[in-house]
Design a protein around this ligand. Structure first.
Ligand SMILES: C[S@@+](CC[C@H](N)C(=O)[O-])C[C@H]1O[C@@H](n2cnc3c(N)ncnc32)[C@H](O)[C@@H]1O
Length: 174
């Protein structure tokens, strides 16, 4: 028997009623950019996070990436995905246009996640390759780096987990 006052998980139909009936247009404010991806599954996970926080996903223009995003897209509605042909040139252009470039990386002088305020301007959130991280020539272009503190024995987090934590913080939803 259920204890009176016990928490009740919302049903799928409750959730459906509470969610947007249609996708929102491209807000172009937070752009989560795994520009050097290697694993399909991370792109699908990041796409769901983008949907949850109202961000866009930016991926390299490649056939396998298109397939990976389509496969990982388990959402009911179309999501906002931008495709770029040349990640470094795209990043340079974003910086020149006044967009804030924030890398999510383990780096000296990084801001700790807890100290990262919500994004008040258009922000590109750069995520590194699963093994090699953010390439040095891309890191040289960014305005700031954010690091998620860790106290275990692992060297780093999964890139989709790291990107999701930062996206929630920048969206002001944590
Ligand atoms: C597995 S890590 C690669 C880590 C590392 N730079 C390397 O070369 O071994 C993949 C990506 O996840 C993100 N990441 C993982 N853990 C992180 C953390 N604790 N703080 C910030 N970013 C992290 C970064 O974007 C990183 O480039």
């Amino acid at each position: 028997m259920t204890r009176p006052g016990a928490p009740r998980a919302r049903s799928r139909s409750d959730l459906r009623r509470q969610r947007r009936p249609h996708s929102h247009r491209c807000w172009d404010h937070l752009l989560l950019a795994p520009l050097w991806p290697e694993h399909d599954a991370n792109l699908g996970t990041l796409l769901r996070t983008c949907d949850a926080v109202g961000a866009c996903l930016v991926v390299p223009r490649a056939a396998w990436v298109r397939r990976a995003v389509a496969k990982g897209n388990t959402l009911r509605r179309r999501s906002c995905v931008h495709r770029v042909s040349d990640p470094l040139r795209w990043l340079e252009a974003q910086g020149r246009a006044g967009t804030r470039l924030l890398a999510v990386e383990l780096a000296d002088d990084a801001i700790r996640l807890g100290d990262l305020p919500a994004a008040r301007q258009r922000t590109v959130v750069l995520l590194g390759n699963e093994r090699d991280g953010v390439p040095p020539d891309a890191l040289a272009l960014v305005d700031e780096v954010v690091e998620i503190p860790m106290i275990g024995t692992g060297l780093s987090l999964n890139v989709a987990v790291a990107g999701s934590l930062v996206a929630y913080k920048l969206a002001g939803m944590l």
